[in-house]
Design a protein around this ligand. Structure first.
Ligand SMILES: [Zn+2]
Length: 131
């Protein structure tokens, strides 16, 4: 699948990644542990994949998940397979990718997944369960 605006989507992904990683750097800089800060290498393109693995430890769970999806999308843009729904393998519409450049599922599958998740939430820990 060829997307017209792939360069725009790609730079969006890079912005999101920079933002997520920037948040980590900020956390590190405000941390009292100076030595640990110095252990974190500068982020260059080559080092990004391995250094960000290391940084994942410092991310919140949601950010971490998003960063993984962003990294995967960037990888797929370079190596193929970007914009293919992981579940049904249908191409994801460009309009959706423009909004959510790291989307891994088409809208139909996403709805199904969300339904499944709702059905599986029987432990009552989710405050939105009433919906
Ligand atoms: Zn799908």
């Amino acid at each position: 699948m060829k997307y017209k605006d792939l360069p725009a989507i790609k730079s969006k992904l890079q912005n999101i990644r920079a933002h997520l990683l920037g948040g980590i750097e900020k956390n590190l800089k405000t941390s009292k542990d100076e030595e640990f800060t110095q252990l974190v290498p500068d982020i260059t393109d080559d080092a990004t994949r391995s250094s960000s693995q290391q940084m994942l430890l410092n991310l919140g769970e949601q950010d971490r998940e998003q960063l993984i999806q962003v990294e995967e999308a960037l990888y797929q843009i370079e190596n193929g397979g970007y914009g293919i729904c992981k579940l049904c393998e249908a191409p994801i519409p460009e309009a959706r990718l423009t909004l959510v450049p790291f989307a891994q599922y088409c809208v139909a599958c996403l709805n199904e997944i969300e339904q499944d998740q709702k059905n599986n939430r029987s432990n009552g820990s989710d405050p939105f369960e009433a919906f």
